[in-house]
Write a protein that binds this ligand. Sequence first.
Ligand code: NDP
Ligand code: MG
Length: 400
Amino acid sequence: MHVSRRVILLGSTGSIGESTLDVMRHMRALPDLDFELIGLGAGSRGQELIEQAREFGVDEISIADSEVAASLDFQGTMHVGPGSARELVESIAKPGDLVVAAIVGSAGIDAVLAAIDAGCDIALANKETLVAAGSIVMPRAAERGVHIIPVDSEHSAIYQCLRGSDSDREIRRIVITASGGPFRGRDRETVREATPEEALAHPTWDMGQKISIDSASMMNKALEVIEAHWLFDLPSDRIEVIVHPQSIVHSFVEYVDGSVLAQMGPPDMKTPIQYAMTWPHRMDGCSDRMDWKSLQSLVFEQLDHDVFPPVDMAREVIELGGTAGAIFNAANEVAVEAFLGGEILFGGIHDLVRQALDGIPVKQVHTINDIEEADSAARALVRERIGDMVNRPATMGEDK
Ligand code: NDP
Ligand code: MG
């Protein structure tokens, strides 16, 4: 069997982007595979982007940062500015192409929508797109007949395990595993005061800064519960979370007959990236293999919801529906930036997201404008509250 595909990689300079290029390098050497990279998009790391384009012979690229773009020497076509990833997709995507969506945050939404409109399948890493705009993205993909294949390791696991059944009605629930992050087993007070350095030190995964902070706060698991709700069309009470510190079992699907299917593998994003790219086929992989000789046991624990409340908030967001996901996601994005910038305590992230959910009325989603308005309102509210916190540091991080 011969598989050939044109690929556009958005967020190519990030952690997922670079792993995707590693997978592409590996696949170049495989017989029967012909994956051609035709477009690359980045945010601000211009030099890296140019080098990638050179290596892969790509002559159309996008870069969001216009100042950086002005300093670049590129012979091909370069789309520049905040809408540049969408413009790149609109310019080159054809039906049947694959877009790897690896931009971080809601900045990636419009390019994903453009890719769906162009008839491309999406290998989706950018979970914030579904959290904020799942109600627009999923129906549009179904209407256009394109596939959204998850890259997120837990969702890739579930996607793979779902091939063990031919009907959604046979699923009782899905169980998403969480590594527990760097603060597993800590108490609420020490977690609240954690530093960016501590929060960035993830025990099992090497990832971009935002998702590393999300993993430490358990916001990542909250985003993943909402992502799973959209991908697999399940209500929140059929999505469980369990802590599994080894990150070997990537998630489970429990069927109505009591069978539980799990997908396992060493923690390496190249496995789910390659699966999303070659789906529905499996090709020789480039990640480490399981070392069954050294594996003695698999460890599971319950999540401590008092120390890590975001997963409960995710259930609330799913119940609220409408623009709640956009508010939740945007508030978290701004809060994470503020934490990394030293403006707020780690515990302030949760407080600010809570305040955004409580302070902004949730509306129904009719168009993408409703999502954009909710996103902007949440960003404005959180920035304002951060200003208040900075002025009154004694109240910083207190429960409301
Ligand atoms: P990184 O921060 O490492 O990379 C983000 C990428 O997005 C970079 O290429 C960055 O460009 C680009 N980017 C940022 N802002 C913009 C913008 N406004 N317009 C265009 N491009 C932009 O993140 P990760 O690779 O870790 O994560 C990417 C996505 O994948 C996230 O949604 C994350 O949740 C998800 N994910 C990541 C996993 C991982 O292991 N890393 C695992 C599962 C999901 P530049 O750097 O040039 O500024
Ligand atoms: Mg994940």
